[in-house]
Design a protein around this ligand. Sequence first.
Ligand code: DOR
Length: 442
Amino acid sequence: MKICIRDARIFLPEGSLYQGDLLIENGTISQIDRRVDSPHLDEVIEANGQVLLPGVIDPQVHFREPGKEHKEDLQTGSHACARGGVTSFLEMPNTDPLTISQATLDDKLARAASKCVVNYGFFIGATASNLAALQAIRGACGIKIFMGSMQGDLLVGDPAILETIFAHTSQLIAVHAESQARILERRALWVGQSDVALHSQIQDDQAALQATQLALRLSIQYRHRLHILHLSTALEVDCLAQQKPAWVTAEVTPQHLLLSTEDYAKLGSLAQMNPPLRDPQDCQRLWEGLHTGVIDMIATDHAPHTLTEKALPYPQSPSGMPGVETALPLMLTAMQAGRCTLPQVVRWMCEAPARGYGIRQKGKIQVGWDADLVLVNLEESRPVVREELLTKCGWSPFEGWLLTGWPSLTLVGGQIAFQSGRINLATRGQALQFHPADFPYI
Ligand code: DOR
């Protein structure tokens, strides 16, 4: 199978845009040239000067399958990914049943193989009692620990248990860093009140800082690869700016960069997530964290809930918002507004997740690498429209935002996953392979 993308502005690894053609053979990029003259092309895609980027790797999503498929499932989540230019995702273990064993992980991998149009990887969740499973797990992208903001078995707030996991496992540990003890203390201060804006005060910046500090300390003590999920506060950026060992990475979400506590007035509980939105000064510091390299990558934390669920009064309203469809256009719009450059967007959304998780042959456009690609139209602006969304939850906190850089084509392993507004239902992604030893600190 030979596909040629003609007349694209191709983003090359050194950061330049190269105007020319790109040839794909059997799912792999085989040639990048001013003009590809190959006699037997199965398909030619005219890019008409649009920009060709590596597919986005989203290192944190919640796709709800199995167990909560009324919010999302692996198929609809993957469709939303393809529309947003996300060609690979890493999915979280808070499904039902929880992904806390080899069997539950294998079940997700089998489900994804049968229905995902993009590539996939899954975390195993830590509990207080599954150390043996964490040690023996095969095929996971890492161990997810909810230090706070979780109920049931996935909540691991006890520092002694956390320490055991850091001491006795070897896989990457990704932490949701919020201190459950502090959250509980502060929840009691506002009990009975239903203003959703209180969410940011109850789960405040100290709750995030304390947990991040603890995870960092354990990671240093045991020299354990640590990834800090969705950094949200200036305090955490300052903390990591002072001390960030080579084996620690961090991510931020577009919503923590672009929305703030000021948005509760308009969005109500649609703006409720964990960790919560912060003040505009925090947003500014998160941008600085990205620019200085304190924050390595961008994740969406796509966490869909239905509008009916979201309409419950706080604190019954669930936390989380969808994001895979809007992340790339949001960042490309921020780029056009002068907040960052195209090489930075590609580094944060493609290269850094591939590097951080040891995913080979992805995150760059290079001969011999996988043809996970997204063509974006930087000449056209279109609003985020509820009716066009493919996420099953059917809403976005960014509805009405005029964005530039929507994908017109998404290719996964050389297969068309999304083109001209439509999903190719026949496309299938692959299970990502993780090579943690590739991460250069070891
Ligand atoms: O806001 C959030 N929602 N944060 C999380 O960590 C979990 C997520 C969910 O699964 O709904």
